[in-house]
Design a protein around this ligand. Structure first.
Ligand code: NAP
Ligand code: G3H
Length: 481
């Protein structure tokens, strides 16, 4: 049995419509969520449709004030929600709590930035042949109802980074949280209600994406979809959604390109942190190293030394490497490593697992024929490809179906800038690991890594559209002198 809200009111779900949430940490059942029916989803969207104009009619300063109060409550609950998140997605205790604090900061920043969105006015005579007889007043308005779908790896932060800009700008939100992570997302929304945000403009629909996803994304009442998740689900969603604006943040295979003049020790620090934090379950994790032949031995030794020091175990003990979200992720990554080694790659560290807990794994001498060079594992697995030149690194980087981020390690900023210009990715990090944050930076992917730009200001823009009011000025015979 589980409890859920419909039209703001509590209901009780039957056992056969309750999905158990099982912790990847210890296999215990830590809760359950209701699987919404199609009829209930219809009610949710109808409620959103009715409530949204009233929400938008409230003064902007009032909406952003409510969001700021929500942020405050979230920050106060960082330990409680963080600990739930820790058990739900096996994220180290400190990282889980940090995710909640980061989300509160995101909401505050969004509330502030939304107040700074200022329209513009234009006179007609800037265009050839036009008199100064029209004045356009251009401002931004909400899209209506935003369907927000975050993934399991940041169920709080990637929910909030959709909810906050949508609500601040006057939209209603229907949140479909990941099945693993739904308990934490539901708690976050309860805090929003307690802060005064009306439940009618922030509704949660739970259920497996494979069961209710199509119905949600095809729903005629959806005016915009903001989705973060795998490229396969994102592409499928884009085909089904029809003519609604989409913001898609998808998978990645981010390379770290290490040039011969790089500070090898510093690069190894960043690569290990970038590859293995949250056990590699980050879209922006470093998922391959492209290193120049001449410094490869040194870099591999430095990476192996650091990887060996990573603690492996229980998120409650703040271990760096924790169980993966499910056995499928571990099975897939283990197979890729085994296949690569069978084809001639060299296992430098790891390669073992107990259940979902996969030890951090470094594989050297991976080549372009192996899946490990191209497929996103979403696990603590780092393939190393040795290359003969920066041009070869650029070619391998760009051959990927993904284009999220890339890192370039070199002491020569001119070279870094020239390489960055040739990399087909959303962001290039110079002498630093790939990462989304700080969260107000624009964040985007090319190719299979996404569509549209997230951030604070870019998300605000993505969840609004321009509306123009043109005042046609009648010629008046005014005596101006
Ligand atoms: P996923 O399987 O694609 O799921 C993402 C979300 O979509 C979940 O809420 C899921 O619900 C839902 N979903 C599943 N099938 C759906 C459908 N047919 N229609 C609508 N929604 C559906 O991804 P994940 O395993 O949670 O996350 C890992 C992936 O996300 C990786 O590829 C990673 O790189 C990517 N990611 C990208 C970014 C970025 O910003 N670029 C950030 C984080 C993660 P259920 O949980 O109920 O299945
Ligand atoms: O998993 C994808 C997230 O958007 C990455 O965020 O770089 O802060 O870990 P992060």
């Amino acid at each position: 049995m589980s409890r859920y809200r419909l039209n703001g009111k509590w209901r009780t779900s039957d056992d056969d419509r309750t999905l158990p949430v099982i912790s990847p940490v210890d296999g215990s059942v830590i809760g359950g969520v209701h699987e919404f029916t199609h009829a209930e989803i219809d009610q949710v969207f109808a409620t959103a449709r009715q409530a949204q104009p009233h929400w938008f009619a409230r003064p902007l300063a009032e909406r952003t004030d409510l969001l700021t109060r929500f942020a405050h409550r979230l920050a106060e609950s960082a330990a409680e929600i963080g600990d739930l998140l820790m058990m739900e997605v096996a994220k180290a205790r400190k990282d889980a709590r940090d995710e909640v604090v980061r989300s509160a900061d995101y909401i505050r920043h969004t509330a502030e930035d939304t107040k700074r969105i200022i329209g513009e006015t234009q006179f007609s005579d800037a265009f050839p042949g036009q008199a100064r007889d029209k004045l356009a007043i251009v401002h931004r308005v909400p899209l209506g109802t935003v369907l927000a779908i975050p993934p399991f790896n940041y169920p709080v932060n990637l929910a909030v980074s959709k909810i906050a800009p949508a609500l601040a700008t006057g939209n209603a939100v229907v949140l479909k949280p990941p099945s693993q992570g739904a308990l934490a997302a539901l708690k976050v929304c309860e805090l929003a209600y307690r802060a005064g945000i009306p439940p009618e403009v922030l509704q949660v629909v739970t259920g497996r994406g494979s069961r209710i996803g199509d119905y949600l994304v095809r729903h005629r009442e959806v005016n915009m979809i903001t989705f973060t998740g795998s490229s396969a689900t994102g592409a499928d969603l884009a085909r089904k959604a029809g003519m609604v604006p989409l913001l898609l943040e998808l998978g990645g295979k981010d390379p770290a390109i290490v040039l011969a003049d790089a500070d090898i020790e510093a690069a190894a620090d960043d690569i290990v942190a970038g590859a293995f934090s949250y056990s590699g379950q980050r879209c922006t994790a470093i998922k391959r190293v492209l290193v120049m032949d001449g410094v490869a031995d040194r870099l591999v030794a430095a990476i192996a030394e650091r990887t060996a020091k990573l603690t492996v175990g229980d998120p409650r003990d703040d271990a760096k490497i924790t169980p993966l979200v499910d056995a499928d992720a571990a099975d897939g990554a283990e197979k890729m490593v085994r296949d690569a080694v069978a084809a001639g790659a060299v296992l430098v560290h790891g390669g073992t697992r107990e259940g979902n807990l996969m030890h951090p794994t470094v594989v050297d001498h991976v080549d372009a024929e192996m899946d490990l060079a191209w497929v996103e594992p979403f696990a603590p697995v780092l393939p190393i490809l040795r290359v003969s030149s920066p041009a070869a690194a650029i070619r391998l980087s760009n051959r990927s179906e993904y284009g999220l981020q890339a890192a370039v390690f070199t002491r020569d900023i001119d070279t870094a800038i020239q390489i960055a210009a040739r990399l087909d990715v959303g962001t290039v990090q110079v002498n630093g690991r790939t990462a989304r944050g700080p969260d107000h930076f624009p964040f985007l992917g090319t190719k299979a890594s996404g569509m549209g730009t997230q951030g604070v200001r870019p998300s605000i823009e993505a969840m609004t559209r321009v509306k123009s009011l043109v005042v046609n000025l009648r010629a008046k015979d005014l005596a101006l002198n």
